[in-house]
Design a protein around this ligand. Structure first.
Ligand code: GCW
Length: 727
């Protein structure tokens, strides 16, 4: 026995040893994200920068100014490999000048045009004056200066020229925030990168360096808010014991412009307040929330507000008392209003008692109350009407509530896109949603215009992303998962950005400016989203994931208590065909869109094939635009997804010379898992759907590796992202 153990131990140990032949502690492990400044190797670029930047003038001030000083010292120190001096204004030499507009000397402000500059915005501009040719970063507020500083450093990371700079940037969206689905026990709902970075046990006295680095990373992409706890909320976070810990985080985040928000459990007045009810119209309940808000603000004066999931998937809410979402949201809004706090009330609701198509329920629930919400309420809407699928049409609520601020909820963690194991570049998906046309005010009524408030002149705007951050060394598990965090921030700042440009920035800042690397890897990232759609949910299929944990395919699952929790509810495959009829002959969910959109999706001629089975139930031998039957088309798409992953692997193999050893190996191994899982999806889904179509696989498709029974028998009670049940 002992001998066997020793053998096992030595082989495992040896295996590990071989794998990590370069010890982790001596190499870049991805912790530095896109901010791992390294010395610029290109001599011409380096000399150009050195002559342009001979000293720094930074205005004096509080904590944010201090952070700027540190960032410049570290960033320029490393990138230029020099120790730049902080000087007074007026000396000789080309300077970097960082100062708020109101503090700049007159001869400089004369050369600046600040009319377009908003809160948190900044200008980066060259100004020639006697004494030198300077680069000026200016803003109305300290945080604008910090954002401008990060932008400036990014220019250097990307080797951009520092001549003729005329950058004027203001955020298009007010609240740009992460939603952590982190539980107090440090598990993370749908988290695949380790445990929660919030160590509630050692807070408030122990400040993990990670908290500071986290705030810095967020500030570098303009994220200005974070809800640190899960929407499946625990009321304990609102008790004094925990609020003290939250305050410690808020203090760390403040210099970086990052506000803290908390999730509010609707039944908190009962659970921690000792009341008998949480009825939103009950006087004691109203008073309780008012007192709670006052208490929080006395501890955290710049607290952001509450994020609420109510009457959804078992969470308590106003409907438990026969009241509405409107009553619930306004109750909390009134408590927060004296402190300028906001309520982000989630529209992700669907009920087991409501037999209507799940895709329709949120709209039915919220749209009739448009205009009745208090001014400090935002309705937080997921990008699509079901649930963060690899592809969904945009949510019909966007554009349908002109008198209420709607904010976007994206999922950065990949619950339905292969966890942290698959390389899928999400900003491509985000961009597709933001650029969708709602037609609510005619052509060009983009979802982005709903989100930035320009469609209906909204004062309050927001975008949230469900975080993919955990305790893994590199924060996000997959090295490319960092791009999703980065890209979310960039799109929240400017929802009109091109995801390709974002990939370009991220690659250059994270890896290298070498075109031999940037070109092919950018292409790989841009195609990765369509690949996952192809090998998981082609042609508009959705929610056919294995149950609960959502790891791998489970199109056959049909035994869960709630109909809409079963994949068969979504694909509706039968002997005649497949797909969810959401036209007038079916659930008529299409009615919730503007007439132009309805028309486009209803007519099979104009419905893009990407959405075919989302909106239509079509026969197996239905002819696709390329003349092939639907059945063949399905198999070809699944195969294509697998082939696309093979191409990704081939691309990555060429990248070895440009990437450090560790990340090269990590991505290689992950891509191989992705390939294995893509095949698993193809084989399991096609074998299962074949039991209805009774047709042969198309000739383009490789034969499945196993029989259907094998795939159906797979079980993963300990798949990550959910709390396992131990019995
Ligand atoms: O995507 C689903 C997830 C749940 C999540 C829920 C929600 C936090 O499967 O884990 O719960 O959405 O968004 O509320």
């Amino acid at each position: 026995m002992m001998k066997q153990f020793l053998k096992l131990y030595t082989t495992t140990f040896l295996g590990l040893f071989l794998l990590t032949s370069t010890p982790l502690f001596s190499m870049s492990n991805g912790y530095g994200l896109w901010l791992d400044y390294t010395k610029i190797k290109d001599k011409v670029v380096l000399e150009g920068y050195r002559s342009q930047l001979q000293g720094i003038y930074l205005e004096e001030g509080g904590a944010t100014l201090k952070v700027i000083g540190e960032e410049l010292t570290m960033g320029l120190g490393t990138l230029l490999d020099t120790n730049l001096k902080f000087n007074a204004l007026g000396g000789d030499g080309n300077m970097l000048i960082v100062s708020k507009y109101m503090n700049l000397p007159k001869n400089l402000t004369e050369k600046m045009e600040v009319d377009d500059l908003k809160k948190e915005g900044y200008i980066i501009k060259n100004v020639d004056m006697e004494g030198g040719s300077h680069v000026v970063i200016t803003a109305r507020d300290d945080i604008g200066l910090l954002y401008g500083t990060f932008h400036f450093l990014r220019l250097l990371q990307m080797h951009k020229p520092l001549k003729n700079l005329e950058i004027v940037e203001s955020p298009k969206v007010d609240i740009r925030m992460l939603n952590h689905w982190d539980n107090l026990d440090r598990t993370i709902e749908r988290g695949y990168s380790g445990f929660s970075i919030w160590n509630w046990q050692t807070l408030p006295d122990y400040i993990d360096q990670r908290y500071i680095d986290y705030a810095r990373a967020n500030a570098s992409v303009g994220i200005n808010g974070t809800a640190v706890t899960s929407v499946n909320a625990n009321a304990l976070i609102l008790t004094p014991h925990y609020l003290e810990k939250v305050k410690a985080l808020a203090d760390v985040f403040r210099p970086y412009g990052l506000k803290v928000y908390l999730t509010a459990r609707f039944s908190a007045p009962i659970e921690i307040g000792g009341l008998k009810t949480a009825d939103p119209l009950d006087a004691k309940v109203i008073q309780w929330w008012k007192n709670k808000a006052d208490e929080i603000y006395s501890i955290i004066p710049d607290f952001g507000g509450f994020l609420v999931k109510a009457n959804s998937e078992g969470q308590p809410g106003p409907q438990n008392y026969g009241r509405t979402h409107l009553d619930g949201a306004n109750l909390l809004a009134d408590a927060l209003a004296p402190h300028n706090g906001v309520v982000m009330w989630r529209a992700f609701v669907y009920s087991e008692h409501d037999p209507t198509d799940r895709a329709k329920q949120a709209y039915n629930e919220f749209v009739p109350d448009d205009g009745k919400y208090r001014e400090n309420v935002l309705i937080q809407v997921k990008n699509g009407p079901i649930d963060f699928q690899p592809r969904e049409p945009f949510h019909p609520m966007f554009g349908a509530m002109p008198n209420t601020p709607l904010m976007m909820e994206f999922q950065i963690t990949k619950e339905y896109l292969g966890f942290a194991t698959h390389l899928v570049y999400l900003p491509k998906l985000f961009e597709e949603v933001l650029k969708s046309d709602t037609y609510r005010k005619g052509k060009g009524s983009l979802v982005a215009k709903v989100i930035d408030g320009s469609l209906n002149h909204k004062k309050l705007t927001g975008m949230a992303g469900v975080s993919n951050i955990g305790t893994d060394f590199n924060w996000t598990g997959h090295p490319f998962g960092q791009a999703d965090w980065y890209g979310f921030g960039r799109l929240a700042w400017n929802p009109y950005m091109d995801s390709k440009d974002i990939a370009d920035e991220w690659l250059r800042c994270t890896f290298t400016n070498d075109e031999h690397f940037v070109g092919p890897v950018k292409k790989m990232m841009m195609e990765s989203r369509e690949a996952v759609v192809n090998y998981m949910d082609p042609l508009g299929l959705h929610h056919i994931f294995d149950t609960g944990h959502h790891y791998g395919p489970g199109p056959w699952v049909d035994n869960l208590s709630r109909p809409e929790w079963n994949p068969v509810y979504y694909h509706k495959a039968d002997s005649l065909g497949i797909g969810f009829d959401r036209t007038k002959t079916g659930s008529d969910a299409l009615f919730q869109y503007a007439p132009e959109v309805q028309k486009m999706f209803t007519d099979l001629e104009t419905c893009p094939e990407e959405y075919l089975l989302w909106f239509h139930h079509v026969p197996w031998d239905y002819r696709l635009k390329n003349g092939r039957t639907l059945w063949d088309g399905l198999g070809i798409k699944y195969q294509k997804g697998v082939d696309q992953v093979r191409e990704m692997i081939a691309t990555w193999e060429q990248m070895k010379p440009y990437v450090d050893d560790l990340r090269y190996k990590q991505v290689t191994m992950l891509l191989n898992i992705q390939l294995k899982e893509a095949k698993w999806w193809r084989d399991a889904c096609m074998l299962y759907f074949q039991t209805f179509s009774k047709m042969d696989f198309p000739k383009e498709m490789e034969a499945p590796e196993h029989a259907l029974e094998y795939y159906r028998s797979l079980q993963f009670p300990y798949a990550p992202g959910i709390r396992p049940s131990w019995n």
